[in-house]
Every structure is written in C-alpha cells, then in structure tokens.
Design a protein around this ligand. Sequence first.
Ligand code: NBP
Length: 481
Amino acid sequence: MKANIGLIGLAVMGQNLVLNMNDHGFRVAVYNRTLSTVDEFLAGPAKNTQVMGTHSLEELVDSLESPRIVMLMVKAGEVVDQYIGKLLPLLSPGDIIIDGGNSLFTDTTRRTQSLQEKSIHYIGAGVSGGEEGARHGPSIMPGGDKAAWTTVKPILQAISAKVGGHPCCEWVGDNGAGHYVKMVHNGIEYGDMQLISEAYHLLSEGLKLSADEMHDIFAEWNLGVLSSYLIEITANILAYRDENGQPLLEKILDTAGQKGTGKWTGINALELGIPLTLIGEAVFARCLSAQKEERVRAAGLLPKPPRQFNGDRKAMIDAIRDALYAAKIISYAQGFRLMREASEEYGFSLNYGEIALMWRGGCIIRSRFLNDIKQAYDTNPELKNLLLADFFIEAMEKAEAGWRKAVMLGVELGIPTPAMASGLAYYDGYRSERLPANLLQAQRDYFGAHTYERIDRPRGEFFHTDWTGHGGKTASSTYNL
Ligand code: NBP
C-alpha cells in the first residue's frame, strides 16, 4: 500500500509532524540523512503506527501515491536546495514538494518559480508551535504554487491547530508568501517576548516584587486583555522552583540567543521603508543581552540612578499592564503594516483577518487579542493601520496614561524599556500632523542641494535655497573645528 505523503528530516519537528499525520489517518513514508534515525524512529516513537521507513530517496519516492507529496523538515538554507536537486530526477510532472522549515521567503519565491518551469509544484509552509505544536496541532502558513493547494489542503488542515473548529491553516498567497508571514510572525514573537521581559524587569527591579508576587500578577493579567500563551507560561516560569526550592528564573544567565527570523523581519522592514521599531528594538535587546562581559564591566564604571520607588505600587502595577498592552498593539500594528506593504510590493494578496485567525491557535503568539485584530479587518479589509480601527483607538486612549507612567518609571530608575519606549515614540510620531522633518529636509538642501517642498505651495513643486548667501558648495568638509 502506497503512502499519502513522504517526509524528509526526522529531527524534533519532523518526527512530531509525522506522528500527528499518522494520528489523522495519513500513511507517511519517512527518510532522514542519518539513516539510523529512521530505524530508531520506527522502533521507538513510531512503533505500532502506519509510518513506513525508507533508506534512500528512491525508496521514499517509490513508496508514494501519485501525485507524490514530499515534505521537507530540514535545516533551512542550502540543505533544502540540495534535497530539491536530488528529488527532481525522481519526481514526475504534477508532483509536489512542501518545505515546512523556516526558509527565507526570497528563497521560497526562487524555488517556487524555478520548479514551476519544471512542472513541479512547490509550497513553502511556515510551521509554528515548536515540538508541542507539531505533535498536537501547529499553526501552518502555506504559500507558493496554488495549483497544489487542493491536494495538500486536507493533510495540512487536518494536522493543524483548530480554534472553534476553524483550522489554523489557510492558503496565504503566491511564491514566498507563507514563509514571509511566518517570518513576520516570528518577529512579532520577538516583540511580545521582549515586552513581557520589560514588564518583568520593571516589576522586579523597579517595584522590587518577589517571584511569587509577579506570578500572581501575570496569572491575573492572563485573565484579561493580555490573555495569551506567552503570559501564561511567564506566570508558570515565575512559580517554578529549582532543586533548592528557589525561583529558577533568577538563576538563569541573562543572555538571549536568536536564530535570525527576527533579524530578517527587521531587515525587510528597512528595505521596504516601513517603521518596525518595536520588533527592531526586541532584536537589538537580545544582541545587547549577549554582550554580557562588556555589560558587567560597564556596570562597574558607569553609575546608575538609585533604584528606589516611592509611589503607589498598585497603581504602578496597573500602569505596567497598560504599557504592555498598548505597546503590544503597536507591535502588531507595525507588523501588519509591514505585511500590507509586502503584499503590494511582492504581489502576495494577503488576507490580514485570515492571518490573525491562523495565529490564534497552535503557535507561540496565540492570544485572545488576535480576535480583535480579525474583527478590525472584517470591519474594514482595507484598513491601512490597526491603530486606525475604532477598537484600537479606544484601547490606546485607555492605556496611554499608564504606558507613559511605566516608561517614565524606567527612565527615572535607569531600567531599560527599549520596546515599550520605542513603541510610544512611534505612537507619538504616527499621530503627529507635523514632525521635525522640515529641519531634516532643510539640512539636506543646505549641504546637498536635495531640495524641499513648501507647505504653502502644492506638493510636487521643489525648491532649493542658497542658504549661505554666497552660493557655491557647502559640504561637511567646510566645517572646521
Ligand atoms: P533542524 O533544523 O535541527 O534540522 C535537522 C534536520 O536537518 C535533520 O533531519 C538533519 O539530518 C537535517 N540536516 C542537517 Br541539520 N544538515 C543536513 C545536510 N547537510 N544534509 C541533509 N540533511 C541535513 O530540525 P528541527 O528543529 O526539527 O527543524 C526543522 C525545520 O523546521 C527547520 O527549518 C526549523 O527552522 C523549522 N522549525 C523549527 C521549530 C522548532 O521549534 N525546532 C519550529 C518551527 C520551525 P541528520 O539527522 O542527518 O542530521
């Protein structure tokens, strides 16, 4: 009996996705570069399942029903191209390759297009939710060659997370759209995690709260507008004790790693010219955290303001909650604004409400809040920025005073809140009718004759001024110390 799908790459994600597919009645053939992993998987986690082990790509492809579906769950980058190269001579026109790894969206666009020329359908599917999600229902964001969607849809939707019976898996768009949306999802995840960490920092260093007190606060926050997987696990982390009965969190080294998807999101935002300040700060915060030795040295040399809070603690805890919520809204507003720009730039035709739905279950950023985003796009699919939706206008109005208060606490006590504060700066900038870019443009015209427009003249009319009164060139070289 032939298998319904083949999966290459039996690391943590691959193994769990295979077991998930098996649970849903699909017959899966598997292959892995290190062949012993296939045997160990068959003898271990996949024992007594329908999973079929294979020891060569030829055997894998031969074991599949037609059209063949081969899913790659391997390290992103060159390895994916190598497997595509090896599979091509074995596959027939109409067969399908799915890349479920964290590939760069531009690679997926290139692969989709080059395989289309060879009549092989390519799907780049972002998969979110880690090991647990892969096993019991991840969020899946497929894009690429839509001709293959009807064939793979029953499998991908069956294994995905469900919220209210709705699968957290829907067609995202052409070419690299699926991996693009997964990339932004990861960027947003960086932002959410950083904001929660800043709230924890203000509570622990600013208000000097104990792990138990903070556990109670996060557990309470999880019952309101902040309700989400990340707030829930933060409450659990704060309650966790080590072998000595002390909070484990306080003993964890304060340097964070990254695999690059947050950085890719920031780079793409810079390329498209869209402010994605909060996620950018979240990436940089991890970079700064990694400079541990330098920070320890600087801490001994650069004096800090005294960390003494004398105000109303209850009011400040509420302010920190409001700051977390308002800044989170900014992060999503920036992320969705970036996706809107990318959709136009790359022709993805993204459906923003559907994306919010896909992220509601299975993935790390799942939250109640995503329903509000879905609602906003249902009300107005052309919404340029989430901040302009009635629901969010009202939410920001309610949270603003607390947000400012929490950021000021950080400023006064010398506790860094890069994401909360940059979110606030974006908010103030976004709603400013007039920004100081008039001066920037005057400076550009002064030293580089870049010209400027005037507010008392129609747009599109450009002026240049001889700022020094004697014409000629002014350049940085004319400035003498
Ligand atoms: P890894 O990203 O660690 O990749 C391991 C797999 O890649 C193994 O099957 C390994 O084979 C294979 N591989 C490597 Br590494 N180098 C190879 C090479 N030169 N030639 C052939 N095969 C090679 O596994 P993972 O953590 O399960 O992730 C799989 C994909 O899913 C990645 O793209 C990842 O970014 C993405 N993802 C991961 C998570 C997560 O939480 N881990 C979540 C969402 C998405 P071997 O066994 O022979 O070494």
